[in-house]
Design a binder for this molecule. Structure first.
Ligand code: ZN
Length: 466
């Protein structure tokens, strides 16, 4: 039995693991590389023969776990792709959006190259198109949590709730190899305990080999504080002075968590009833997927449903689909909440809302997610007195706030808690999906504290599992 690490090896993105056992070939995840330094890997031909794969198993609907599926299909993969029902729906939303962004990027690059009369480093065609996304989505086979799926001769998989985003899974693979039954556990992205809407991460008692993410291998989220009361405080202050609260959002999970908290604050009378605009067609589509799969919600959200309260809807919530409606928000006087994509203010409708709100002291710009270096979001968060939006410098007079603790990832303590579920040391633990230093430091700690055999694989490293 052989396991090869084709991504998320000493880096955070590009999750992809290739397992061969007694002639059965399986890929776990097929993620896109998103760190600037590794973008070229997206364009390299697959190092395996996609047409020979028996199946691809997808842990969850984030691009760094499923973003290269259409390329794999274009290279000859014929399916099936197993993932949970909620993930299958979200993968559809995500890949269509990804193809659109890539088409726009390619068009932009072509234009720039023409203008500058030069050739760029990467091809100017999109990595894949909507047509290839269509072919990919037809190969999806939704599976339920905790139901064994037969992959091939002697190989089966079980998906368990990862508590990271809706539909997210950890995957347990059982494989017969030379007459011995071996069990492999892939953590996918490990969620945080006690997050709203999603359930807690599953624990595993047994595993011969374990592949675990280590995004926060060296970091603690710190006291989480009460996100909801912080949100209530910031929103209350802004709305009371007649201002608008503008929140750049990520379409999956963060948007729905905010709606959940805002709904509870409105229901409890902690916030006035003002219009709350969800201004992102993609976030609206994702919210619909959440509502469709409400059976996956955690106990608290289930209790709200049982009381006929929707965890994802409340009086005042307005779904903004069209561009005209979106523009209409800007002529609206008086207090309101505006949730719009993109999460780092690099594109999309949020930029238009910032143009209209950022220079008025009564408004608040609230950040609830990571802002990468160099993005407009980061510039605002860092307190620049002026920022450039749509080609013009704008004065930042609005209040700028931030709420931390929304992360979907387990921190160092929670990762160790997850490892603590195993009743016996596995033969080997592989740490992936983390920056090199982070993975190496956590590896040392697990070796020292638990006495386990731990390694941090290199990109494309193949390990013989016995
Ligand atoms: Zn993820």
């Amino acid at each position: 039995m052989k396991l090869q690490f084709l991504g998320a090896a000493r880096q955070v993105t590009g999750s992809q693991y290739h397992l061969t056992a007694d002639g059965v070939r399986v890929l776990v995840d097929c993620g896109m590389f998103q760190e600037r330094a590794f973008l070229a890997r997206n364009w390299e031909p697959s190092p395996i023969r996609p047409e020979k794969l028996d199946a691809v198993l997808v842990t969850h609907a984030h691009l760094d776990h499923c973003g290269l599926l259409p390329k794999l299909v274009a290279e000859g993969f014929r399916g099936p792709i197993y993932t949970t029902g909620a993930s299958a729906d979200l993968v559809g939303v995500l890949l269509r959006d990804s193809a659109k962004i890539q088409a726009e990027d390619a068009a932009f690059k072509r234009k720039r190259h023409r203008k500058e009369r030069r050739k760029g480093k990467y091809p100017v065609r999109p990595l894949y198109t909507l047509k290839e996304v269509g072919h990919t989505l037809r190969l999806l086979e939704p599976v339920g949590y905790d139901e064994p799926v037969a992959i091939g001769d002697g190989v089966s998989a079980v998906f368990r709730d990862a508590g990271h985003i809706l539909g997210s899974a950890m995957i347990e693979l059982a494989a017969d190899d030379g007459g011995r039954r071996r069990r492999l556990v892939f953590s996918g992205d490990v969620g945080q305990w006690d997050k709203p809407l999603v359930r807690d991460p599953s624990l595993f008692a047994e595993g011969d080999y374990v592949v675990m993410e280590s995004t926060y291998g060296t970091r603690e989220h710190g006291p989480r504080g009460d996100i909801e009361s912080r949100l209530g405080e910031i929103a209350g202050r802004t709305l009371d002075r007649g201002g608008k609260l503008v929140v750049p959002i990520f379409a999956i999970e963060r948007a729905q968590e905010l709606i959940y908290h805002l709904g509870r604050l409105v229901d409890a009378g902690h916030l006035p009833r003002v219009p709350v605009f969800l201004d992102s067609p993609m976030a609206i589509e994702v919210t619909e997927v959440f509502r469709r799969h409400r059976d996956l919600f955690d106990a608290e959200a289930q209790a709200m449903l049982a009381n006929h309260n929707s965890p994802l809807g409340f009086p005042g919530l307005v779904m903004v689909e069209s561009t005209e409606e979106s523009k209409g928000i800007n002529s609206l006087k008086g207090p309101a909440v505006i949730l719009a994509t993109s999460g780092m203010c690099t594109a999309g409708r949020i930029k238009h809302h910032l143009v209209h709100t950022i220079s008025d002291a009564e408004n608040t710009i609230l950040f609830v997610g990571y802002q990468a270096h160099g993005t407009l979001g980061r510039q605002i968060l860092e307190g620049n007195p002026k920022v450039r939006i749509h080609g013009r410098l704008r004065e930042v007079r609005a209040a700028v706030e931030r709420i931390e603790g929304f992360s979907g990832h387990a921190d160092r303590t929670a990762l160790l808690r997850w490892l603590g579920g195993f009743q016996q040391a596995p033969e080997q633990l592989f740490l992936t999906h983390g920056e090199e230093d982070s993975s190496l430091t956590l590896a040392r700690q697990v070796r020292d504290e638990l006495g386990w055999k731990v390694s941090v694989p290199e990109y494309r490293e193949a390990v013989e599992l016995v």
